[in-house]
Design a protein. Structure first.
Ligand SMILES: [Zn+2]
Length: 464
């Protein structure tokens, strides 16, 4: 992209991205600076407008601004799952990139077939590696420039709940589709010895999802429905400032809702067992957590009875598995609700630094539900990746010991200073990706005590 100054170029690129999304016709359109002082932007079709320049740098980056315009054709009957997604990507990093890495769990769980990949309308040789679609840009995308990456795939939902299948399945009459939309990420192994979340996604300012189904379905997503066709088989959802777009669907989902402040909390369910208790647990947890950590910035919070498996967080939505025991319900709902702040608003690399979201969410959940307990595994390090903990001790170390370490910081520095620091951390880091030390430092900075030396160093040798 020509242009001697970076800021106008970025502005134009951002404007171009908005125009592409707003047109709902994500053809190959890219920002083109008209020179110094240019204030107009004229979209023109075809690869001639591409900002991609010849060359290669062997570099990708998470520091991009990406919006998504995606169509999902979902057959409830056959479990066919066909995706056509256009990501409008502006390179916000300091240097050029020559590939993007798009994450989709369907590559590991849905027998994914990639049928097309285009960069600004030109076919490129994308390939699948583990759960990543690696898309070469066919040249370099300069800093500040924008490109449109389109991928199409077909996949099939599973029917089981075992292993990780519950993330992408249809069971108990409910479709679970987690981390399926090809999303800007970095290459991250899917296999792990425990139930850690092998994902890292950046926040998108705008996602438009059209879902076309073989029959009328009630669909819960991370966005708001903005359109439904007369026959009920085409629905469109939009979301802003989310790091994923999870889809849950059933033909006979029922709903019940309540309000906490300005937020509507809506429970989607097929089995009415625990329905009142689930919504009650969600609204209590939401109210307590919001009072401590600051306002939830979206109009709705969806609590969804999922096909089964585990409780799971998504932006603006949580999954509570079908058949969850009533004794575990209050804690589980609080844990997943706390992820709206730690993961949803303040993101992290969940695979490589799971402490940042899991320990914080579990501490908050156990604090507001009064369910703090001690760990059933030997005291150990908290700075490891999900790939380095055993199935038996991952939860006991990262969640329980991690949460108890945060609680030790609270007791040492005093509740008032602690909650003020945590609230400020959410406010400052919202929309970004933090590291474990970002959280630890935020607490340490709010007290004259040396929490690093006193509490954190022994558990985080990689950082202290
Ligand atoms: Zn969690």
């Amino acid at each position: 992209m020509p242009g001697p100054r970076r800021n106008p170029a970025l502005l134009l690129a951002a404007l171009a991205a908005l125009l592409v999304v707003a047109s709902a016709a994500p053809a190959a359109v890219a920002g083109r600076a008209m020179g110094p002082g240019a204030t107009t932007f004229a979209p023109a079709p075809g690869p001639a407008t591409s900002a991609i320049e010849p060359g290669s740098v062997g570099r990708s980056s998470l520091d991009v601004r990406a919006t998504y315009a995606t169509t999902l054709r979902l057959s409830y009957g056959t479990r066919r799952f066909a995706v056509h997604s256009a990501a409008t990507i502006t390179n916000m990093s300091d240097g050029p990139i020559d590939r993007v890495e798009l994450n989709t769990a369907a590559a590991r769980l849905g027998s994914l077939k990639l049928t097309s990949s285009l960069v600004d309308g030109r076919a490129v040789a994308a390939r699948i590696s583990d759960q990543t679609i690696i898309v070469p840009l066919g040249g370099i995308l300069p800093s500040g420039a924008t490109t449109v990456v389109r991928v199409k795939y077909t996949a099939t939902l599973r029917t089981s709940l075992s292993g990780s299948s519950w993330l992408f399945t249809k069971a108990h009459g409910i479709v679970n589709a987690y981390r399926w939309l090809p999303w800007v990420s970095r290459r991250t192994p899917f296999d792990r010895p425990n139930h850690g979340d092998p994902f890292v996604t950046t926040t998108s300012p705008f996602v438009r999802l059209t879902v076309i189904t073989d029959r009328k379905l009630v669909i819960a997503t991370s966005g708001d429905r903005v359109f439904r066709s007369a026959d009920g088989r085409t629905q469109r959802f939009e979301a802003r400032d989310v790091r994923d777009m999870t889809v849950s669907a059933a033909p006979d989902f029922r709903t019940r809702a309540t309000k906490v402040g300005d937020t509507t909390i809506r429970y989607y369910y097929r089995s009415s067992a625990n329905a009142a208790a689930t919504l009650d647990a969600a609204s209590r947890a939401f109210r307590s957590i919001q009072a401590r950590l600051g306002d939830y910035p979206y109009p709705t919070f969806n609590v969804v009875q999922s096909a089964g498996g585990y409780g799971m967080e998504s932006p603006r939505m949580i999954w509570i598995p079908y058949g969850v025991s009533s004794t575990n319900l209050r804690y589980l709902v609080a844990h997943e609700t706390a992820h709206q702040w730690f993961y949803g608003m303040v993101g992290n690399d969940q695979a490589r630094q799971p402490f940042a979201d899991e320990a914080a969410a579990d501490f908050v959940a156990r604090y507001v539900t009064g369910t703090k307990r001690s760990s059933r595994c030997p005291t150990g390090r908290l700075d490891r990746t999900i790939y380095e903990y055993t199935a038996r001790c991952y939860y006991e170390k990262v969640y329980i010991q991690g949460g108890n370490l945060i609680d030790a910081a609270r007791r040492a520095m005093g509740s008032t200073a602690f909650w003020a620091a945590l609230r400020r951390y959410v406010e400052v880091q919202r929309g970004g990706l933090v590291r474990n030390v970002t959280l630890l430092q935020a607490l340490d900075d709010a007290t004259p005590l040396d929490l690093g030396r006193r509490l954190f160093a022994a558990r985080f040798p990689r950082d202290y």
